[in-house]
Design a protein around this ligand. Structure first.
Ligand code: SF4
Ligand code: SF4
Length: 108
């Protein structure tokens, strides 16, 4: 820590559980917590978006990328996971109706 940097005193720290700055969740990199990583199998994915609905961290992003499966089925969009904010809870893995999300051990 640089000499000019000073930690806040106890009475300068906001009480726990109080959000003093709305919309700041994006600045917290909860991806560091992860032990297992969800990985979408784009070929198996049927684009139902249940993972997008259930993810508590809203880390599924719908991207404007066409995808053609190995069986020739064409989708006009793909899904990407924001790994900076996915904390690896596994809810998406449980909820995916076609088991298109693998849960693999995180390698740091
Ligand atoms: S593991 Fe949890 S946080 Fe990560 S994408 Fe799935 S539901 Fe969201
Ligand atoms: S829940 Fe599964 S099939 Fe549905 S969009 Fe997500 S990954 Fe694809």
């Amino acid at each position: 820590m640089a000499a000019e940097e000073k930690l806040p005193a106890w009475n300068e720290i906001p009480p726990g559980g109080i959000i003093i700055e709305p919309g700041n969740a994006e600045e917290r990199y909860t991806g560091d917590w992860r032990v297992f990583r969800p990985v979408i199998n784009q070929d198996k994915c049927i684009r139902c978006l249940l993972c997008w609905v259930y993810c508590p961290d809203s880390v599924f992003h719908i991207v404007d990328e066409e995808y053609v499966t190995s069986k020739g089925r064409k989708y006009s969009f793909s899904l990407k996971i924001d790994y900076d904010h996915c904390k690896g809870c596994g809810i998406c893995v449980e909820e995916c109706p076609v088991n298109a999300i693998d849960f693999v051990e995180e390698v740091k």
